[in-house]
Design a protein around this ligand. Structure first.
Ligand code: URP
Ligand code: ZN
Ligand code: ZN
Length: 479
């Protein structure tokens, strides 16, 4: 079955132009003015609208077992909510328990993800270390299409990676042609500060940001970047929330290091006053790590996107409902960390980014889709409108209005951190694998239709790094 998108303006990361787009067999097969309509094709009228590559969310946690509970959004409902907001692919995380075989964990996550309605891929977290982890990393890269490994520098006593794990894993990653990613917060400091603040009698959600100040993030960001620099591995820092980590990234990039930074829609738009809300449910609904920050950090993060020092936007979609958040009613340390947003990323970033003049439309496409595809080596199959690319496309109506609310959203969570925000500019149609799956407020998805996306290693580039390192190897003084 063919789908033709007629009369729109194609907007890519690089240019904007008038063209029709024809999809067949899940791929884009023709782009041009006044294309002939194949017999029986579905026609999408994109007049007055933009035709953009489907959003890629590089940071989600569907049905994650975490902090004694399981995230309420599963791969079916979560990818469906993504499609409703114009996100056609996610990169989720396999997070093995310490000592759990990482290949087994990967297989478990693959099984959970079979119900996805949109395409997906996985970063794999390294939460412990021995020789078997090293050889399983190799299998994941060579046989299972994984090219990125994640390290949680926080969550002491659970999944935290200390410096020894970071060094071992980063060393293996460079050998395999994989990129490393980090959640940068100094877990030891967080642990100490949590204890201190709790003992001072601050037991509510307002204790959460106090125990995770920006300096704690900046320290870990800088440490991860410097370790990566010494070992020569490219590094991607997830959910940068503050000036301190942005400064670490900017400094390293200015020095020529290959460092990438992600920012969440939530961190761009929400400030830390939410934790002082008198209603526990509201304050707890915002508990995530790193926390929402004082307003001054938000403008800095927008500038990070504008300058290109931050390249991607994500959501860290990790849903916990009020009954789950209640586990921390007497102790903020027990509130499951996580917030939602996959359905609202594109529209909030368009509204507050493009409509305010902070981002051009082309930059919007870059930071919501193309840059992620390039950094994680799936471009131009994903993140582009080009012949031969996957037909993952969004028709974007710049005039459509909507007020975001948990009462009307598709996400499987009882709270929306953007509650009451009116946005102008929304996905009128989403095309996933060449099928119209979202049209004018209606979802039409098929359970299990999502495909796993293999991400090949960065072989050539890494070979060159290795050669350069060998050439500049230090030489012992001959005495
Ligand atoms: O609070 C968060 N972000 N929860 C999900 C796990 C993580 O740290 O990304
Ligand atoms: Zn994290
Ligand atoms: Zn996360």
């Amino acid at each position: 079955m063919s789908v033709i998108i007629q009369g729109g303006t194609v907007v890519t990361a690089h240019r904007s132009y008038r063209a029709d787009v024809l999809c067949n067999g899940g791929k884009i097969v023709a782009i041009g003015e006044s294309l002939e309509v194949p017999k029986g094709a579905d026609i999408v009228d994109a007049g007055g609208q933009y035709v953009v590559p489907g959003g890629i969310d590089p940071h989600t946690h569907m049905q994650l077992p975490f902090m004694g509970t399981v995230a309420s959004e599963d791969f079916y409902s979560g990818t469906a909510a993504g499609l409703a907001g114009g996100t056609t692919m996610i990169i989720d995380f396999v997070i093995p328990n310490p000592q759990q075989n990482i290949l087994e964990a990967y297989k478990q996550w693959r099984e959970w993800a079979e119900k996805s309605v949109a395409d997906y891929s996985f970063h794999v977290a390294i939460t412990w270390w021995d020789d078997s982890v090293a050889s399983d990393m190799e299998k994941l890269v060579r046989e299972h299409g994984v090219n990125s490994f994640k390290h949680f520098m926080a969550y002491k006593g659970a999944i935290m990676a200390d410096d020894e794990i970071l060094v071992n894993s980063f060393t293996k990653a460079i050998e395999l042609g994989a990129i490393v990613t980090c959640h940068a917060e100094n877990g030891e400091l967080v642990f100490r500060l949590q204890k201190k603040i709790f003992e001072q009698g601050i037991t509510g959600p307002e204790g959460h940001p106090l125990s995770r100040p920006p300096e704690v993030e900046g320290e870990a960001a800088n440490r991860a970047i410097r370790i990566a620099e010494v070992l020569g591995v490219p590094i991607y820092l997830v959910h940068n929330s503050c000036k301190q980590s942005l400064e670490a990234i900017t400094r390293a990039r200015n020095e020529g290091q290959r460092v990438y930074g992600e920012v969440l829609a939530g961190h761009l738009l929400i400030d830390d006053s939410v934790y002082r809300n008198k209603d526990f449910e509201v304050a707890a609904a915002h508990v995530m790590s790193p926390p929402f920050r004082a307003k001054e950090h938000q403008e800095a993060l927008w500038r990070g996107l504008q300058s290109g020092n931050l390249q991607t936007t994500a959501t860290d979609h990790c849903c916990f409902c009020a009954d789950q958040k209640a586990a921390g009613a007497d102790d903020f340390r027990m509130i499951p960390n996580g917030t939602a947003g996959i359905e609202n990323r594109l529209e909030t970033i368009w509204h507050h980014g493009v409509s305010t003049g902070r981002l051009t439309m082309n930059e919007f496409v870059a930071v919501t889709s193309t840059n992620t595809a390039q950094i994680f080596n799936i471009y131009p199959r994903k993140g582009s409108i080009s012949i031969g690319a996957d037909a993952d496309i969004v028709v974007w109506d710049p005039e459509a209005h909507k007020t975001i609310s948990a009462k009307t959203h598709m996400q499987n969570i009882d709270y929306n951190i953007f509650e009451g925000m009116t946005v102008k500019g929304c996905a009128s149609h989403t095309i996933s694998q060449g099928n119209i799956v979202w049209a004018n407020g209606e979802l039409n998805v098929v359970r299990g239709a999502g495909n796993y996306v293999n991400r090949p290693p960065f072989a050539n580039y890494y070979d060159a790094i290795k050669k350069r390192t060998e050439q500049s190897a230090p030489v012992a003084v001959n005495r």
